[in-house]
Write a protein that binds this ligand. Structure first.
Ligand code: PGA
Length: 240
């Protein structure tokens, strides 16, 4: 209990350990509820889990998933939607029941209602058994960006110009980057998840991770709010 930090030799080892943890947890309980992130960090974990599924070691047919965030507004079939990312890199390659997949709806007509509904769906599922998250170079989790304050529940986040600039490489131009996103809040993540697995990968995360390790909770580094939870595993491929 508390926070356990495991340093891994490299990205491959981190990805393998992450997949082993997820697979082990899924086996431990019927109708497991798994929270999932997008980004480059979890790709190796997803590849390992796909292999475990193919070899019959891990069964996803009974799990329910909740994704951390999604751009807004965005069409599901947009090449940059997190919906598409998840189907291309994971859901489309495992034996999950599509009805059990939950991703904040970038096509919702009312973003605020969608956020409220999303939190209710998590509650209805009995909370999240294991939430996997990455960390941004500035300590962000999902679209909970550093600032004077954080919003606790799933909410509509307005992308900063900095984030739009950082993400424009994936779009045709900066104008194509959606100006908002739907994201679970740090409160929804902490209160609704029984266990959290944070993956820290790459030197660009060193500053944010160093600050995280100081253990002081600050809205200037949203990841530090994880200290309010008492069951966190951190896997890092960078040693601080
Ligand atoms: P990355 O992003 O996995 O692509 O590094 C993590 C994040 O920004 O949350």
């Amino acid at each position: 209990m508390g926070i356990v930090i495991n340093y891994c030799e490299n990205y491959e080892e981190m990805s393998w350990q992450a997949a082993e943890i997820v697979a082990g947890e899924i086996k431990s309980k019927e109708n497991f509820v798994l929270g999932l992130p997008t980004g480059s960090t979890p790709l190796g974990m997803y590849e390992n889990l796909i292999e475990m599924n193919k070899s019959g070691k891990t069964d996803f047919s009974k799990i329910t998933t909740f994704n951390l965030d999604e751009y807004y507004p965005i069409k599901r079939d947009n090449s940059q939607s997190y919906y598409k990312f998840m189907f291309d890199n994971f859901f489309g390659k495992i034996n999950i029941n599509p009805e059990n997949i939950n991703i904040p709806d970038g096509e919702a007509t009312d973003a605020k209602i969608e956020c409220g509904t999303y939190d209710q769906k998590i509650n209805h599922a009995g909370g999240i058994d294991l939430m996997v998250i990455g960390i941004g170079p500035n300590g962000h989790i999902g679209f909970n960006e550093p600032g004077n304050f954080l919003l606790p529940n799933t909410h509509v986040a307005v992308l900063t110009e900095e984030t739009k600039e950082a993400n424009k490489r994936f779009f045709d131009s900066v104008n194509e980057v959606p100006d908002r996103a739907l994201t679970m809040g740090m409160g929804s993540i902490i209160a609704k998840s029984k266990k959290i697995l944070m993956l820290v990968s790459g030197k660009s995360k060193a500053n944010a991770f160093r600050q995280f390790l100081e253990g002081k909770i600050t809205s200037g580094n949203p990841a530090t709010f994880l200290y309010l939870h008492n069951n966190i595993i951190v896997l890092s491929d960078i040693e601080i």
